[in-house]
Design a protein around this ligand. Sequence first.
Ligand SMILES: Cc1cc2nc3c(=O)[nH]c(=O)nc-3n(C[C@H](O)[C@H](O)[C@H](O)COP(=O)(O)O)c2cc1C
Length: 163
Amino acid sequence: MKKLAANKVLCMQPVPQTIVSCRDKDGRNNALVVGFTANVSLDPPMVMVGIVPSRFSYHMIKEGGCFVINLPKKGYKKEYEYLGSHSGRDGDKFAALGLNWEDAKYINAPLLTDCPVSIECSVVDSMMPGTHELFVGKVEAVHVDEEYLDAKGNILWDKMDLM
Ligand SMILES: Cc1cc2nc3c(=O)[nH]c(=O)nc-3n(C[C@H](O)[C@H](O)[C@H](O)COP(=O)(O)O)c2cc1C
């Protein structure tokens, strides 16, 4: 028999483990851990990220109109924990961690090279239902480490050791 839980917060589990990377108008890169991510449309392919306005990354995404969702491997734990607990406001997190990155192909943001999947997104809409602004992003490109693609370019999710 079911009973009512004492708390309604974060009642959807598991929460996705992603790192969102972005860039400001002066070219400064930043990244943060984001659990509020989801697929929202198949055609056209769209996803969403939920960002709290107090995050240093928030204005980068709001003003830049784009972001990258990176899916980390289990071995990226140290970086994941740091990016989810330190703010770019207090220092350059890319430099502090020595992150490997490259420019995205279609948007003005960095891809995290050591994450096996990086998804380039352009913001097409947003809404603020509560604590987080939900940015809906059109998927511009999905970059995947070669070893996780079959001959037709299909992603081999089962081979990946994602966090
Ligand atoms: C597991 C986990 C999930 C998180 N999910 C979110 C999220 O969905 N949205 C958000 O704005 N912050 C989220 N955060 C918090 C940010 O990652 C954290 O505050 C970060 O330091 C912000 O960095 P910034 O100020 O450089 O943007 C999460 C943190 C952790 C550890």
